[in-house]
Design a binder for this molecule. Structure first.
Ligand code: ASP
Length: 291
């Protein structure tokens, strides 16, 4: 039986910064995710948990590690997609929820809408029992100390893609967005087909400068090249990242295809990332190049 799992902690990695703690954390998470996939858990549940743990750690610019907008508020974005059913859920500019990806998952499970924003998204999450952050100034402090402070980085995100032993793919992404963003700014992360995509052939989570990713229609651009052009996944991902670059941004993607092949290309300075698959030993990397 084949399974595969890739996680990322953002493509805003800065040369010269020590990411030992993040690498250890990603390794632990992969162990947890691999155990779940081997036990037969669904890709959808595993990517939800991977992203939730990345959010709660405070080690990345998502969840607890998020940085405030120019009004000092923490408006977060997240999305999730189930490849086998194409069900999807997303929240944007959601404030003071412990786990934005859990809120996105609620939207997916509920099924009435795909995307909810701002106050309505928060009210929906609260009404369905999710935990809120009651002391935002006390909670969202980790971005100061995890190597992604505003002085040396300008964005960050977390994500996960998985193939489970039933052959199903799923993808999830969550972010604090870019530093010093305007109130109400929404990036690529909560946009299905841009920051996150999963169908029956590929699962994709993106990270990087959100605006060029939106203008490149990034995640679906990769899937469409594969589906309509017969382009290999890695070539498609590199082509899309080149479009993002041409539009003035950079970043990276993690992706898994239905055969369990894993890719993690990026064209920024580095991307925190880790992968495991049935026939592949675990890798945890930040700056090493990818093919
Ligand atoms: N894509 C995210 C955004 O623009 C940031 C990131 O991935 O680092 O909101």
């Amino acid at each position: 039986m084949t399974y595969a799992l890739v996680i990322h902690g953002g493509a805003g990695a800065q040369p010269g910064t020590d990411y030992t703690v993040q690498m250890r954390h990603m390794r632990e998470l992969l162990n947890l995710g691999e155990d779940r996939l081997r036990a037969g858990d669904s890709a959808l549940d595993v990517v939800t948990e991977m992203v939730e743990q990345l959010e709660l750690s405070g080690l990345y610019v998502a969840g607890k590690g998020s940085a405030p907008n120019t009004d000092g508020q923490f408006e977060l974005d997240a999305s999730i997609m189930d490849g086998s059913t194409r069900r999807a859920g997303a929240v944007s500019a959601i404030e003071n929820m412990l786990s934005p990806i859990r809120a996105a998952r609620l939207v997916l499970d509920d099924g009435k809408h795909v995307m909810m924003t701002g106050r309505g998204a928060r009210d929906f999450a609260l009404a369905n029992g999710l935990d809120s952050v009651d002391d935002p100034d006390g909670y969202y402090t980790e971005h100061e100390g995890h190597g992604s402070g505003a002085e040396n980085a300008d964005h960050g995100t977390v994500g996960a893609v998985a193939l489970d032993m039933s052959g199903h793919l799923a993808a999830a992404t969550s972010t604090g967005g870019i530093f010093n963003k305007r109130p109400g700014r929404v990036g690529d992360t909560p946009l299905i087909g841009i920051g996150t995509w999963a169908d029956d052939q590929v699962a994709i989570s993106c990270t990087g400068h959100g605006e060029p990713f939106i203008r490149a229609c990034a995640a679906y651009d990769i899937a469409a090249q594969m589906r309509y052009g017969g382009i290999a996944m890695n070539s498609a991902a590199h082509a899309t990242l080149a479009k993002v670059k041409a539009l003035g941004g950079d970043g990276g993607v993690i992706a898994i295809d239905r055969t369990g092949q894993v890719i993690m290309p990026y064209n920024s300075d580095g991307m925190k990332r880790a992968a495991i698959a049935t026939n592949m030993t675990k890798v945890v990397r930040v700056f090493e190049p990818e093919p």
